[in-house]
Design a binder for this molecule. Structure first.
Ligand code: FPP
Ligand code: MG
Length: 321
């Protein structure tokens, strides 16, 4: 995912340099010294999305880079909070901030970093800061819905609404702002929908990786969702299936009653989801969802830049980390 054209690499390097500059403005005592809690990009998915979208819209790379800086800051802040919510130990192959500094510091640093995102968005325009505040609110609503769904049987529509908020919102904001910087108001609605589809399908693939990925490649704790009672699409598909619903429901009940640290029911449920093809089916659904963006990107003005954007969208669901 770190590959791309030299122009994209140059833009990503500028985004990373800007994040490092912003991180360099923090008092190191706030994060225990060492490496600042943001600055280095992971997959840079939101940045690459902004850059490739700008190319296909005929917009300036510099405008997309400014949008990307805000998106990466908001994303980093959300992961600091998410890792506290999930009690995650590993992120990008390293101990999480909550593991290194404790939950309190990680929550507070997440607050600090999201305030930096608003500040950078305000420098684009007051309206950009306002819309980022709206999007962060919807992300939090998604995260709260996910909390309320733990160990519950939720419908596919409830689940899709939740991931569209939790993960789709920041991709949607990124797309809308990139469209704005490209001066293409007639394509705002199409961009918003492409962003939502990109984010939701990214999350579907992420949930499959929780069940399938090698932790050495993903850099995250394995079986985190399933062991925490999070409902994901493979679980919903198993519960919808006549043959699998009985054993899946029994394992979910066992999981809800299991003492903390007992990974047995989670491992058995994960095995069922993989062996009976529900992770593969969820990946296919992610693929179909992201492809719904293609009729929209086909209308973009710079036709020769659309294949790279479409290829990037597909890579969001075909990744192994
Ligand atoms: C990853 O979910 C988390 C998100 C996509 C966003 C979560 C949003 C919040 C915690 C709201 C707070 C937002 C801000 C900006 C302060 P995951 O657990 O499914 O993914 P993972 O496997 O990468 O942990
Ligand atoms: Mg998480």
């Amino acid at each position: 995912m770190r590959t791309g054209s030299p122009a994209t690499a140059g833009s990503v390097a500028r985004i990373e340099a800007e994040l490092a500059r912003i991180a360099g403005g923090l008092d190191p005592r706030l994060y225990g010294g060492g490496v600042p809690p943001f600055g280095a990009l992971g997959k840079a998915s939101r940045s690459r999305f902004a850059l490739l979208l700008a190319d296909a819209l005929g917009g300036p790379r510099r405008g997309a880079e400014r949008v990307a800086v805000c998106a990466e800051l908001a994303h980093s802040a959300s992961l600091m909070h998410d890792d506290c919510v999930d009690l995650a130990l590993l992120r990008r192959g390293r101990p999480t901030l909550n593991e290194r500094l404790g939950i309190n510091a990680s929550i507070l640093l997440g607050d600090l970093v999201v305030s930096l995102a608003f500040d950078e968005a305000w420098k684009i325009s007051p309206g950009s800061a306002r819309s980022l505040a709206d999007s962060v609110r919807r992300m939090v609503q998604g995260a709260l819905l996910e909390e309320s769904y733990r160990h519950r049987r939720v419908s596919r529509d409830e689940f899709l609404e939740m991931i569209s908020l939790k993960t789709g919102e920041l991709f949607r904001w990124t797309a809308v702002e990139t469209c704005g910087s490209a001066g293409r108001p007639e394509l705002l609605e199409a961009c918003a929908e492409i962003g939502r589809l990109a984010g939701a399908s990214f999350q579907l693939a992420d949930d499959v990786l929780d069940l399938e990925a090698d932790p050495a490649v993903s850099g995250k704790d394995p079986l985190k969702d399933v062991s925490e009672g999070k409902i994901t699409l493979p679980v919903i598909l198993a519960l919808e299936d006549a043959a699998a619903s009985g054993p899946a429901a029994a394992l979910l009940d066992e999981l809800a009653a299991a003492p903390p640290g007992d990974l047995g029911p989670a491992m058995r449920l994960a095995a069922l989801l993989r062996e009976r093809g529900f992770t593969a089916a969820a990946r296919d659904e992610a693929d179909a969802l992201v492809r719904r963006a293609f009729p929209l990107t086909a209308k973009f003005p710079v036709r020769e830049a659309v294949p790279a954007l479409d290829g990037f969208l597909l890579s969001l669901v075909r990744r192994d980390a």
